[in-house]
Design a binder for this molecule. Structure first.
Ligand SMILES: *Cc1c(COP(=O)(O)O)cnc(C)c1O
Length: 369
């Protein structure tokens, strides 16, 4: 086989692992609670179409995106009428008509959103579904506690609307012992107790599911855990990895005189050393902050990134490998030998950012569909 003919870097997305993660989260939920899937940002970089399809096949019917444009793309991937697509950033980004025609459910994040959507409903003489977001401690989106209290004390306020769920979002659920979790839970309960008619609630993200049944309510909204990111900061990761990311070794080199490696000549190799140049760089989402901190797996052993991360390549030190790799061999960046969370740790960020930064040059494939 001609080694030159194959792809330079590959991204395999394991839909069966995503499906198993979904089923595990669903099983954790108390009975009666439904499990949505957050597929915003192209399903955290993994491909909203194939990922949502796989989750739909597991029984998922609630899908959350952030932008109207993402909802429109998802509608093509999920033509079934019973797939409900919610838009987290609200009724922005398109005419109300487009929301209604696409049957998309906006999250109403402010009194302005609420008034706007009420107006749309009145004008069309139809109560179009929406979610209502109340802020309980994130100060990002949603009605303030004061606004919610006033609104819920007026028995007629929500009558013009078809509010499917009242939702709120946890700020610290990945830290199970953080007192903010219980404070948010208490506030959500207090606020919604004042509602004229009891509403269904949606509260838990991935980490929130692991805080226990008090946090589950009627609809959980996991994202990261579906994709294998560890949802909380303690113990073992109960989720399976969903991605195998590999780059090809383009060239190997025995360095036998004192030499510098990469841009800025910032790293000096002590000879003798073996190096390999791998076909992945910051343009592929291999973050430049991995300079001097990243590692790749070659032959089941970790090889450190040396020198600066370039746009299209990294250089790794393979000296400790008993069998030296050759040009054309693969280096694993994420996979069985190194989790996305480990790469994130090396880069000084979170797994979410690693996945949503994955570049466009990988030869993508979906397995386990
Ligand atoms: C992104 C997001 C989620 C999913 O959070 P994860 O931590 O990825 O599970 C849930 N709800 C809202 C409002 C979000 O913005």
């Amino acid at each position: 086989m001609n080694v030159y003919a194959g792809p330079l870097s590959t991204l395999e997305i394991h839909l069966d692992a995503i499906a198993r993660n979904y089923l595990l989260l669903k099983k954790k939920l108390k009975s009666g609670a439904d499990c949505a899937a957050v597929v915003k940002a192209d399903a955290y970089g993994l491909g909203a179409g194939p990922v949502s399809r796989a989750l739909f096949d597991q029984g998922c019917r609630h899908f959350f995106v952030a932008h109207f444009g993402e909802a429109a793309v998802l509608r093509h991937a999920l033509p079934e009428k019973d797939a409900i697509i919610y838009v987290l950033n609200g009724p922005w980004g398109a005419e109300a008509k487009a929301f209604i025609e696409g049957n998309f459910v906006p999250v109403l994040n402010s009194l302005d959103d609420l008034n706007y959507w009420s107006g749309v409903c009145k004008a069309g003489n139809k109560r179009h579904p929406a979610l209502l977001h109340v802020d309980t401690g994130m100060s990002r989106l949603g009605l303030s506690a004061r606004e919610a209290t006033r609104l819920f004390s007026d028995k007629t306020a929500l009558q013009a609307l078809d509010i499917r769920y009242i939702m709120s979002h946890l700020a610290c659920a990945d830290e199970p012992k953080h007192p903010h979790n219980n404070a948010q839970l208490t506030l959500l309960r207090t606020l919604t107790k004042a509602l004229p008619t009891p509403s269904r609630l949606s509260f838990a993200n991935s980490a929130g599911i692991f805080l226990g049944p008090d946090y589950h309510f009627d609809l959980a909204r996991p994202g990261c855990a579906l994709y294998g990111i560890k949802p909380f900061n303690e113990g073992e990761n109960p989720m399976q990895g969903t991605v195998t990311l590999k780059g090809r070794i383009l060239q190997t080199r025995l360095i036998d005189i004192s030499s510098t490696v990469g841009y800025g000549a910032s790293y000096r190799v002590v000879p003798p050393a073996n190096c390999a140049t791998v076909s992945v760089g910051y343009a592929d989402g291999y973050l430049r902050s991995l300079t001097g901190r990243g590692a790749v797996v070659i032959g089941e052993k970790k090889c450190p990134v040396i020198g600066r991360v370039s746009m299209d390549t990294i250089i790794v030190d393979t000296t400790t490998l008993s069998v030296q790799p050759r040009a054309g061999d693969w280096a694993e960046i994420i996979g069985p030998g190194q989790t996305v969370d480990e790469v994130a740790e090396q880069a000084g960020t979170i797994g979410y950012e690693i996945l949503t930064s994955l570049g466009k040059r990988y030869q993508r494939s979906y397995t386990g569909a």
